[in-house]
Design a protein around this ligand. Structure first.
Ligand code: CA
Length: 650
């Protein structure tokens, strides 16, 4: 009987790969998460997840759960939901002289081995991300490890080789299943304190050599950021080729907020794959499932705009963004995978900044601790704190997985549940102070398949509030409403509206201004020169050397006005003009109905002509303009025209 058990145990061990990992069955289903299957997804496509901060998170008391609501090993949960690889960053020595961690998980090779063991245990392969620095390395900084600070390039090259080999041996001794190794992190033209490709290539070659020796089956990757800069990427790839670096994978970060379109990403990576016969992948991507912060430390992505937002910040939007990146890479020549960045870096507590801060300092679970000042005083040493990406995790603030995590297990089969409204696009409305606030009757719902559909909206506003807006002068209002069961926003800007087009020539062209009676004016064109402009950087320039040769009018017809009272203004400055006859004017049905004389008095001395109280009735044609005649003196008459305005007076 004992023998039988022993044999069974042995069999079990053999079947589970002798401790080198067990395969977790991926079996996910969802009633709500919409996933369109990605066609042509290669069988061995890498679906990676960087969880470098996990140990520090757990030490800080964070618990992770499965979809049944039970506390469960994070790696197992990831594997059960279709993740295939775990990525981990490795810093040489992220500790100060007193042994206090710099934060960001305090990820040295010891941490990487511990994470690697657990990943392997869950049947996942490891992607090792050497930063060759004591702390964060990215396009902004590639600081040399303190211990290598004074090394010349030959000594540093040896150090990179020895260090890489020793680290990888530790992983090998721990029976960690290593699938890929990175030679630096986002190494846009710098690595380990070196800033010339001539030196960088020695360091990369040394790292590559060590990988080939210790893990001959692992892929060797280089990693860059900013694929929106196609020229830079082409240049990196050609330099690596020139220096004959031995590598397999050209990897890129792709954060949709900043990194250009997916078409561009595919074109940039596909070209490199085909030109140099390399594999390509997205090594880092992420997307916000909410704009709210949960750990009392501000996030990189919040409610504010200014970044590209291809999907709403919802759980479904997060899944849709990642799916589109996977689809893009899968359909790019040489595309082998996508890795998500820090999918489990959630809040270490729900109570207060003080409580969380103490944990970030003690366990390194924030992006940086105050101790990082010892190495990076200008950035980490100043702005240290918690997680800036807790709203981009696949787990909520209490460690429960989001429905979007199931995406990885559904990419092949799809999960085409009923398409429902998921978020409402914001509406922006610019209203003249004397105009009418007409809130839209429908708004765009972003559906769970990321398509858009017009849905009726009910705005939460009454007459009294509207009257306040009319009376409140220039201001911006956030009107909320309900559409398709979701919250809608209409941002109303009450402004003194300028009814002119291209009023300050900022379009860089003349249109729709029309020049007439040009006479012998030698120069009349729009000019890009901020110092000579009243507003913006463009203005209309004129010049003539001969006496009495400056003569022209600049006129703009205006359409779509409501009946009412209007005012018009335009400004001029110049010099050497001698006797002048200059005036701003307004025409109704071709007849000048208002005129304002203007003067040219010298460089930088702008004179504004104003015509007010123009009574306009719908059906009439209205044009505004400026008429300029200069006799000139000395070097010739010259001037600049800028900042025309046509506003309503009620
Ligand atoms: Ca945060």
């Amino acid at each position: 009987m004992k023998k039988m058990i022993a044999v069974l145990l042995l069999l079990c061990l053999l079947l589970t790969g002798c401790g080198s990992g067990r395969t977790v069955k991926v079996d996910v289903s969802s009633d709500t998460l919409y996933v369109k299957a990605v066609e042509n997804l290669p069988k061995d496509f890498i679906l990676g997840m960087d969880v470098s901060s996990v140990l520090a998170e757990e030490e800080s008391g964070v618990k992770y759960y499965n979809f049944a609501g039970e506390e469960q090993d994070l790696f197992r949960t990831l594997a059960e939901n279709g993740v295939t690889h775990i990525r981990v960053r490795v810093w040489n020595h992220p500790y100060d002289a007193q042994g206090r961690g710099f934060g960001g998980g305090n990820n040295d090779i010891e941490k990487a081995v511990a994470i690697g063991r657990r990943a392997t245990q869950a049947g996942l392969k490891l992607i090792v991300d050497f930063h060759y620095s004591d702390f964060w390395a990215d396009p902004g900084k590639q600081m040399v490890p303190l211990a290598w600070k004074d090394m010349d390039i030959e000594t540093k090259t040896e150090a990179v080789y020895d260090y890489t080999r020793d680290c990888l041996r530790q992983l090998k001794d721990a029976k960690v299943s290593v699938g890929m190794v990175q030679l630096g992190n986002e190494t846009n033209g710098a690595l380990c304190g070196e800033k010339t490709w001539f030196n960088i290539q020695f360091l990369m070659a040394a790292g590559s050599k060590a990988v080939r020796e210790v893990f001959p089956k692992a892929l060797v990757a280089v990693h860059f950021a900013n694929p929106e800069n196609a020229e830079a990427y082409a240049s990196y790839a050609s330099k690596l080729d020139y220096y004959k670096l031995d590598y397999d994978v050209f990897a890129s970060s792709y954060y949709p907020y900043w990194h250009g379109t997916l078409d561009n990403l595919s074109s940039v990576l596909g070209t490199i794959a085909e030109t140099y016969g390399k594999k390509v992948m997205v090594m880092e991507t992420s997307y916000a499932y909410t704009d709210e912060d949960t750990d009392f430390f501000g996030n990189t992505i919040g409610a504010g705009g200014g970044v590209s937002k291809p999907c709403p910040y919802t759980v479904q939007g997060q899944a849709n963004s990642v799916r589109s990146v996977v689809e893009t890479v899968a359909n790019t020549p040489g595309g082998i995978g996508v890795c998500y960045w820090e999918g489990a870096w959630i809040s270490v507590g729900q109570n207060s900044w003080e409580e969380n801060s103490a944990k970030w300092e003690q366990f390194g679970s924030g992006w940086a601790s105050s101790y990082a000042a010892a190495y990076d005083p200008d950035d980490a040493g100043k702005w240290y704190g918690g997680s800036a990406v807790d709203n981009q995790a696949f787990f909520d603030a209490t460690g429960h997985p989001l429905e979007s995590l199931k995406l990885f297990g559904m990419l092949r089969s799809g999960n085409e549940v009923e398409v429902l409204p998921d978020a409402i696009d914001d509406t922006e409305l610019v209203v003249d102070l004397n105009g009418v606030i007409e809130l839209p009757e429908t708004v765009n719902a972003v559906m769970t398949d990321n398509s858009r559909r017009a849905v009726p909206v009910t705005w939460d506003i009454d007459d009294a509030q509207l009257q306040q807006m009319y009376a409140g002068g220039p201001a911006k209002y956030d009107i909320t409403g309900e559409a398709g069961g979701l919250k809608a926003h209409c941002y109303v800007s009450m402004v003194e509206y300028n009814f002119l087009s291209n009023p300050g020539f900022e379009d860089g062209t003349e249109a729709p201004w029309i020049v007439t009676d040009l006479g012998k004016t030698e120069q009349l064109y729009v000019e890009d020169k901020a110092t000579d402009s009243l507003g913006g950087s463009w203005h209309m320039h004129f010049w003539s050397a001969a006496p009495d040769s400056v003569a022209f009018t600049l006129e703009q017809p205006v359409e779509g006005l409501r009946s009412g009272t209007y005012k018009y203004a335009i400004s001029i400055m110049g010099g050497d003009c001698g006797e002048t006859e200059i005036y701003a004017y307004v025409k109704l049905d071709g007849e000048i109905v208002g005129k304002a004389p203007m003067k040219i008095t010298g460089y930088g001395s702008w004179d504004t002509g104003r015509v007010e109280g123009i009574e306009y009735t719908e059906g009439q044609t209205l044009s505004v303009g400026i008429s300029v005649k200069c006799a000139g003196e000395g070097k010739g008459a010259w001037g600049k025209i800028d900042e025309a305005m046509l506003n309503s007076m009620g």
